[in-house]
Design a protein around this ligand. Structure first.
Ligand SMILES: Nc1nc2c(ncn2[C@@H]2O[C@H](COP(=O)(O)OP(=O)(O)OP(=O)(O)O)[C@@H](O)[C@H]2O)c(=O)[nH]1
Ligand SMILES: [Mg+2]
Length: 368
């Protein structure tokens, strides 16, 4: 039997991983066997660890996006199919990626239909960011080239999913609904909260029942603008081990401290904006996670563990409109600050990069 593939796209910080976890729970309750595949430009992914900690079989395409590593994506999908025997695979592409319809969904549909049923491409949006970008607010923190990627993601969506409605007032919700219906009239609109689960069962049922609607649109994409927009982002993935010579480490406190300090360090850089900063701590079998999706939003403890541990492995992923070398320097300063706070920090890995030009393995320009 072919495995159903749900792809949750959307910009960095829109809530793809949160939806993936919520969808996994919902589908497991419906009696499905579920696996997941995550994606990043570099190894050391917070998302993979967060999803694996929930007990899901998980695979990772790390080092390039799904479209530029299509063969590796296929290998991971097939690997999961063999090892976990899933009915469903949930996939999260890199949040700065677009043109997925032409480069990922079409090849899966045309060449591998016996193995996989591709469901409609659901593109998530964070409502505050969407309002800032789509109304051209000057404080959007996005250059026109980065905003181009954002809009292309919406143009290719089979469904547009406004997430985080639990923190959206009625007026903003209505305002965003009007803008999206006007500008992206082709796609059905869903309003959900991946955090509370509101609207998620309806979205999943619609995706499952509308496989035939998958990847019906292939917008033109100017790869020069796309590449330039992606290259404005600095990427940093770091791992370190943190302990407290004078006692134990409280995981929740640690992730909030690190996330807050790093956000402050980025705020000091002129013209900087955070796309997504994530800090995960693992210790004593528990996981804590803090995120920050924009300088104006501030850090949030999105997974509380209430745990203490003798030591914690801390994984930090930053995507920001800042030079990657500068992110690495600021991270170094945050580690020194942790030392002054009484933590012992052992750096394990730190990689930083600017995404290279996307060169997809396949690109179909007419939908099947
Ligand atoms: N209030 C609220 N917050 C949410 C919701 N969904 C996600 N978030 C928060 O938004 C932040 C980003 O969520 P993620 O699921 O990590 O976003 P993502 O799209 O996977 O981000 P990338 O992997 O960087 O592309 C986290 O702090 C989440 O807790 C929601 O429905 N409501
Ligand atoms: Mg994610």
């Amino acid at each position: 039997m072919a495995v159903s593939v749900y792809i949750f796209g959307g910009f960095l910080g829109a809530g793809k991983t949160t939806l993936l976890s919520r969808a996994a729970r919902e589908l497991l309750e419906r009696g499905r066997r579920v696996a997941a595949v995550l994606n990043d430009q570099s190894p050391g992914l917070v998302d993979t660890q967060a999803v694996a900690a929930e007990g899901l079989p998980v695979a990772e395409v790390a080092g390039a996006c799904f479209c530029c590593s299509f063969d590796e994506l296929l290998e991971r999908l097939r690997g999961l199919r063999r090892s976990a025997l899933p009915d469903v695979i949930l996939a999260e592409p890199v949040g700065s990626c677009t043109d997925l319809s032409a480069t990922v969904l079409q090849p899966l549909k045309r060449l591998y239909a016996e193995e996989f049923v591709v469901l409609p491409l659901a593109v998530l949006v964070d409502p505050r960011r969407a309002l800032r970008i789509l109304t051209n607010m000057p404080k959007g923190g996005f250059s026109p080239r980065a905003a181009y990627i954002y809009k292309k993601q919406l143009e290719e969506a089979d469904a547009i999913v406004v997430n985080k409605i639990d923190r959206l007032d009625r007026q903003s919700r209505e305002h965003l609904r009007v803008i999206l219906r006007e500008r992206f009239a082709h796609a059905p609109l869903f309003e959900i909260s991946a955090r509370t689960g509101e609207g998620v069962p309806e979205l999943l049922s619609w995706m499952e029942q509308n496989a035939a609607a998958a990847s019906q649109r292939i917008p033109e994409v100017d790869y020069d603008v796309y590449a330039a927009g992606e290259a404005e982002l600095g990427w940093m993935n770091a791992v370190c081990r943190v302990s407290r010579p004078e006692g134990t480490v409280r995981l929740d406190e640690l992730v909030q401290r690190v996330c807050g300090a790093m956000a402050e360090a980025i705020a000091e850089i002129a013209g900087a904006e955070i796309a997504h900063l994530k800090v995960l701590a693992l210790g004593s079998g528990a996981t804590a996670l803090a995120n920050c999706v924009s300088l104006s939003d501030g850090p949030v403890l999105s997974r509380s563990s209430l745990a203490r541990a003798a030591s914690a492995e801390v994984v930090v992923n930053i995507r920001a409109f800042v030079a990657p070398e500068t992110l690495a320097e600021q991270w170094q300063r945050v580690c020194e600050m942790l030392g002054r706070d009484g933590y012992a920090v052992e750096p394990l890995t730190c990689r930083w990069l600017r995404p290279g030009r996307p060169v997809p393995v396949y690109r179909f320009d007419v939908p099947v």
